[in-house]
Design a protein around this ligand. Sequence first.
Ligand code: FHN
Length: 494
Amino acid sequence: MQNSVKRSVRQSVFLRAVVATLLIVVTVAAAFRFKAAGQQPNQQPNQPSNQQATPTPRPAITMVSPEDAAREMNNPRSKWFREAKYGLFIHWGLYAIPAGTWKGQQIPGIGEWIMNRAKVPVKEYEQLAAQFNPVKFNAEEWAQMAQDAGMKYLTITSKHHDGFAMFKSEASKYNIFDATPFKRDPLKELQAACAKRGIKLCFYYSQAQDWHEPNGAGNTWDFGPDDQKDFDQYLRNKALPQVREILTQYGQLGMIWFDTPRLMNEQRAEQFTKMVRELQPDCLINGRLGGKGDYRSTGDNRIPDQVVPGVWEVPATINDTWGYKSYDDHWKQPADIVFKLVDIASKGGNYLLNVGPTAEGVIPQPSQDILRKVGQWLKVNGEAVYGAGPTPFGQEFGKLSETQKDQRGQPVFEQAKEWRVTTKPGRLYIHLFTWPKEFALEGLKGKVTKAYLLADSKALKFSQSDGKLVVQLPDKAPGELASVIRLDVSGVNP
Ligand code: FHN
């Protein structure tokens, strides 16, 4: 009898230990996955999906506590950014010369990673500098294009992972002014062109990966494993001095956009944060430094399924690469970009959309044409985007599938694409991506006093009863891209 009691006690202790271990494993795994998009210190970069052998589903963005979300929203430094909603990302560097092809071979993956993908030795890659002469570069034209496109900020690579600075630098002569026949500083020229147009100038800076430096992260083919490097020596001698240069020589910056915080930790990140705060207290720090930034980035090209509280941004490609690839013409079309811009805004975020200029200094014409079309749409409908807040609803985003599961066994989110909502005090903007005869909306709290299309300002007939609003629409949509109904609402905010 006693033996059987002992056995059952032993069994139950064993079972509890097994359950506890399982719980710990599951919790740690879930926490890891949850953070994966958030670019915490010492992580691999947010690899685009074409770089993963077996892509594992992960959330688009790291969530924060309500307190941290409120901190992000109330930060006066980020006011311009929260209102801007739409920015131009530019990846431009030596990698535009090979443009995706090395020694006659098309190298798979994103163009600016060619040195890494083809394992090009520093001594060979460096030679590209002598050929880099982007004589067609015209800062006025680039800034004008951003303005025509309706983009309010411009974030350009001042140094990407290949370690080549696109500005005149005393800290490293491996830069566009000193190492190329071009002998100009395009970032200086962009500073003037952006200032003229009220576009916020922001600099991308790869603080951790630097494949040109023996102690920078990432170049294992020339310099061996990262864990045997004197990373702090690289930070001291190149990254920190160069960040000081960009903070002191280009006027007021909108932000520094750090990336892929490999080998970074809180203490290393703090050295950058301290410098930015001291030299430019109003300059934002993005979420990929390795410590807490002023806002969060989603994974590349990852749009969350629902409203996300706080301040955040989706960095995205217009084709399938960031740096120019001569044979990537998989362009996203204007209708898709308008949808993505509105979708992101209606969830509370910003859209940072990239172009990859050529080695001659030209933004590929197809991307210019596409962006200008979106800009024309914004000219008419911009009040529903700039400074607009997220939807008070949510049913318009879609629903969890009842039949389809992802690799984790979780139901797949089925996105609906008919309409989206953005808000301003006393107003709702209904963005329609299809054209029904009438638009019906349930769950609206305030009383609608007026309804009209932003495209023509003509009053629309509507009825509202029992919490249901029905707006009558004309036979034809006013334009080929999305149409926006403005609803003026009184009583409570929508
Ligand atoms: O490795 C980089 C990549 O080249 C590109 O700059 C993107 C832009 O978000 N960031 C990293 C990958 O997430």
